[in-house]
Design a protein around this ligand. Structure first.
Ligand SMILES: *Cc1c(COP(=O)(O)O)cnc(C)c1O
Length: 242
C-alpha cells in the first residue's frame, strides 16, 4: 500500500514537471487511475492519497468495484470497448463519463437508453490515432462526422476526445498521435457545433504521459505506473471477442 503512495508521488512529479516544461497549470491535467485488475483494497489506498478518479474497461469489473467502493466518494469513467448490449449495464454503476464512444450505432443505442431512463451522459469520442487495427476508436477522418451526428442526440454530452497513443519507444511517433488528436479537437472547435464541448483531451498513459501533457492532454490515464504490472496483456482488454 505504501508502494502505491510512493508511485503516486512519482506520477505527480512527472505530471508537474511536464506542466512546468510547457507552461501549463497543474490544475489543467487530471490524473485518472486505470484500475483494471486492481483490487478494491489497493484502489482505496489511492483514494486515501487523494486521487479519486478511476476508470474500468470491463463491465464485470466495473460492477464489482462499484459495490466494493461505494462507501468511499470517488468518480468513475468507462474507458473500455463498449458493446451495444452492455449499455444498460454501464448505466447502472454511476459512471460519470464514457470515454470510449467510437461509433454511431453505439451512440444511437446509448441515446435511446438514456431517454428511457431519463438520464444524460458525458462522453468523449475515442479516436484511433495510431492506425493500429487492434485498437478501437473512430478513424481520424470520420471523427468530425461522428461528433456532428452525436451532437444531435440530446441526452449525450460530448466533452472532448480520447485516444490511445501508439505503443512505441519512438517518442516522436507517439507524439504524432497526440498531435493528431489535438488537431481534430481544433477542427471541431472551429466548426462551432451546438451541444459540443471540446475541453477534454484524454491521452497519455504510464509510458507517455509527459508527451501527452506537452501536446495538450487534460486527462492522463495511468495504471501500471501506480499499481504495478497486470497479469493480462492489454490486448485482453482491447479485444472485442473477450
Ligand atoms: C489500461 C489502460 C490505460 C493505462 O495503461 P498503463 O500503461 O497501465 O498506464 C489507459 N487507457 C486505457 C484505455 C487502458 O485500457
Amino acid at each position: 500500500m505504501e508502494k502505491i503512495r510512493v508511485n503516486l508521488q512519482k506520477i505527480e512529479q512527472r505530471i508537474q514537471s511536464a506542466c512546468e516544461k510547457t507552461g501549463r497549470n497543474r490544475e489543467e491535467v487530471k490524473l485518472l487511475l486505470a484500475t483494471k485488475t486492481v483490487e478494491p483494497k489497493r484502489i482505496k489506498s489511492a483514494f486515501l492519497a487523494g486521487y479519486t478518479l478511476i476508470a474500468e474497461n470491463k463491465i464485470q469489473e466495473l460492477k464489482e468495484k462499484f459495490e466494493a467502493l461505494k462507501d468511499v466518494p470517488h468518480k468513475s469513467h468507462f474507458i473500455g470497448h463498449l458493446q451495444t448490449n452492455k449499455i444498460k449495464e454501464v448505466l447502472k454503476y454511476n459512471v460519470s463519463c464514457i470515454e470510449s464512444l467510437d461509433r454511431l450505432r453505439l451512440a444511437e443505442k446509448l441515446q435511446k437508453r438514456l431517454e428511457f431512463e431519463d438520464k444524460t451522459m458525458d462522453v468523449l469520442i475515442q479516436v484511433n490515432t495510431s492506425f493500429e487495427e487492434s485498437k478501437f476508436g473512430s478513424s481520424p477522418e470520420n471523427a468530425i462526422n461522428l461528433v456532428k451526428a452525436v451532437a444531435q442526440m440530446d441526452r449525450i454530452r460530448i466533452k472532448g476526445l480520447m485516444t490511445i497513443g501508439l505503443f512505441s519507444a519512438d517518442a516522436e511517433k507517439v507524439r504524432k498521435c497526440f498531435q493528431l488528436l489535438k488537431s481534430i479537437q481544433q477542427k471541431i472547435i472551429e466548426e462551432n457545433i451546438p451541444n459540443v464541448e471540446m475541453r477534454e483531451l484524454s491521452m497519455g498513459m504510464s509510458g507517455d504521459l509527459e508527451i501527452a501533457i506537452e501536446e495538450g492532454a487534460t486527462i492522463v490515464r495511468v495504471g501500471t505506473a501506480v499499481f504495478g504490472k497486470r497479469k493480462y496483456p492489454d490486448s485482453y482488454y482491447w479485444n472485442e471477442s473477450k
